[in-house]
Write a protein that binds this ligand. Structure first.
Ligand SMILES: Nc1ncnc2c1ncn2[C@@H]1O[C@H](COP(=O)(O)OP(=O)(O)O)[C@@H](O)[C@H]1O
Ligand SMILES: [Mg+2]
Length: 283
């Protein structure tokens, strides 16, 4: 009896926690009068006077203004805690600006249904989350894609050869923690997941920072292919990996403080140049 009582008790505790989550108010909702992105839009991003605070009056972003042109590749850099990931979270509307607005192809993202926003803004994070299910499930994520589309996306992102040598190919089960798949392969799978949706914009938050140099090379090559003709915002810790972007935005304590090409920013001799110098010296 005493033993069972403990089990029941911990069951109640779990139930209470679940109830807490369910009772959490949903702050981000689909608009009442939703709009669509213009069919001929090519992925312009515009931040207009964006302020954001996680906690009242502690602003993680302060008056951030920038435009990323369609097809342009921009990198966000800055010290830890400067607000890089916050910009990424606002762009995919995990949070909403406290003040100001964010436009994609001229449309305020608050006026877009969330499903549409997710389709057009592909995100690739540091550690791709894998679900227990087969390879196809992990690429299609419950959306209706034909088998050929899954294969095409896998080929485009260089993960196809790996999938094909698995015991059951595309039908091989993947374990949730991804123990039967390496870090690099996880990232390639995440690229395939993005590729199949043909997003206008790709958002990369330290997508290659957890990989060793050899794997990073393969992922980087697949990534370059995926980014072709798409707008991309890359958050990078290692400044050496963003040499090829068109423009770099430098953040410091929630404000944009510098912007320019790699060479321009080095010549400027400001924060970017200092961060770069520190990296050259090494950890
Ligand atoms: N979920 C959160 N709740 C409260 N504060 C947060 C949260 N996430 C980030 N912050 C704070 O916001 C600031 C910016 O964080 P972040 O955008 O994650 O920085 P970065 O990605 O540049 O390292 C930091 O001061 C951080 O402590
Ligand atoms: Mg971050």
């Amino acid at each position: 009896m005493a033993e069972k009582f403990t089990v029941i008790q911990s069951g109640f505790t779990a139930l209470e926690r679940i109830q807490g989550i369910l009772a959490e108010p949903i702050e981000i909702r689909d608009p009442v009068a939703p709009r669509s992105l213009p069919a001929d839009g090519r992925g312009e991003i515009r931040f207009e006077g964006v302020w954001f605070a996680y906690k009242p009056n502690e602003f993680a972003l302060q008056d951030v203004n920038f435009v990323v042109a369609p097809g342009e590749k921009v990198a966000l850099v800055g010290p830890t805690g400067s607000g890089k990931s916050t910009i990424a979270r606002l762009l995919c509307r995990l949070y909403e600006p406290t003040r100001g607005r964010i436009l994609i192809d001229g449309v305020d993202i608050r006026d877009l249904p969330q499903a549409e926003l997710r389709r057009h803004v592909g995100t690739i994070l540091q550690d791709a989350f894998l679900f227990s299910g087969n390879v196809i499930d992990n690429i299609a994520l419950g959306d209706d894609y034909r088998f050929e589309e899954v294969v095409a996306a896998s080929q485009q992102t260089e993960i196809a050869p790996f999938i094909e040598q698995l015991a059951e190919g595309y039908f091989t089960q993947i374990r949730a923690r991804g123990t039967n798949i390496s870090g690099g392969q996880r990232q390639l799978l995440a690229l395939a997941r993005a590729a199949i949706r043909k997003p206008r914009i790709l958002l990369l938050d330290e997508a290659t920072s957890s990989l060793d140099t050899a794997t990073e090379f393969v992922v980087q090559r697949a990534l370059t292919e995926l980014l072709r003709d798409r707008t991309a915002v890359t958050i990078a810790h290692r400044l050496s990996t963003i040499r090829n972007v068109d423009r770099i935005l430098v953040l410091r304590r929630g404000r944009l403080v510098e912007e320019g090409t790699h060479a321009e920013l080095l010549a400027l001799g400001g924060l970017f140049a200092r961060l770069y110098e520190l990296e050259q010296i090494g950890p």
